[in-house]
Design a protein around this ligand. Sequence first.
Ligand code: GLU
Length: 449
Amino acid sequence: MAQMLDEKLEPIFQEVLARNPGETEFHQATREVLESLGPVLVKHPEFAHQRIIERICEPERQIIFRVPWRDDKGVVQINRGFRVEFNSALGPYKGGLRFHPSVYLGIIKFLGFEQIFKNALTGLPIGGGKGGSDFDPKGKSDDEIMSFCQSFMTELYRHIGEHTDVPAGDIGVGGREIGFMFGQYKRITNRWEAGVLTGKGLDWGGSLVRTEATGYGATFFVDEMLKARKDSFDGKICSVSGSGNVAIYTIEKIHELGGKVVTCSDSNGYIYDEKGIDLALIQQLKEVERRRIKDYIEYRKHAKYVAKGNIWEVPCQVAMPSATQNEINGADAKILVKNGCIAVGEGANMPTTPEGVKVFLDAQIAYGPGKAANAGGVATSALEMQQNAQRDSWTFDYTEKRLQEIMKNIHELCYETAVEYGTPGNYVNGANIAGFIRVAKAMVALGVV
Ligand code: GLU
């Protein structure tokens, strides 16, 4: 493990382990935050007195439900649905829905827990939550996706609302799925309630820049880290993993800022294109045709496809893991550092294992953890909620400027908090401490609820 826990925090962590058996990702996410909080309790004894950390580690509400639906052959299928409403001190629960076969309670709780602090860092009025299902969208027809989404919403609708809980997308949930779920919510409630979901289509209440926001935001965050070191993206060789929404718009923004992205991946393998990833081609394959990235080399003959290989062995100066949790382990992190990587920005949630994080921190490279670096997605969701409340829609340029400002502020807050707590350059401590303090202060003010 990266750091020892403070003596006040160790029993709290032991309690988390005992109360949530088998939820390894949730354990990992809580431990990572607790490791930063020792010095906070020294400065703020009221947080210990009010048992804020114990309360934050226990979700306010956890919902688990059956999702029955019929496939194209008429066969009844059963999945499990989740919504964990973790913390509403700063605003309605806010966080995405993940549809992926790996989903179980431990994954949703790790994501929901991280979301509390990420959302707090944005400075916008949003609490933390997360949901999803073990449903696998891969290979399903549009009809099957619709059938699943409608059944999922038939239970979820009673738990959500613009002032209560506002879901959005995550892995496996994009504009198509949000559309089907919004349609079903509208039908059941007889309310055209734009603010109940974010990531909506542009014709029916969505916000410009929301699709691009996580990738753009993560790139802005890395740009800020580089600037703090008197450096920039210009001419940098960059490695991006994943080929979903986050990866695609990370690649776009890096190219705009003068870097060159040479990789991207899916769960089967990765592409190495030394001339720089052809973004239009990836978009066509993934977003339009919903194909696998190995097909990239049919069109770009000089590029290489490596099945089941290790993408982090490709030398790069900036790495932006944008696929999923624990995709960089200790050994991968060592390879990255050895090959000259000077900055890591996490587009995915918790993509680096604790051993990997330790390698990056020890090497003193610019390491931007997910809850700070990828907060642009949820921040732009909050901007979508603002536009919905105003019954207005903002221009692309204006919305992107707001996003950029938010990422700059998050960077500054994390940077300064790390300095204030005696660990300059450590954005893990900066993000955990700054996010925690915002939520903790609100919880103290709201009393024992
Ligand atoms: N799933 C995204 C995240 O991990 C976005 C959540 C949202 O927009 O509510 O932050």
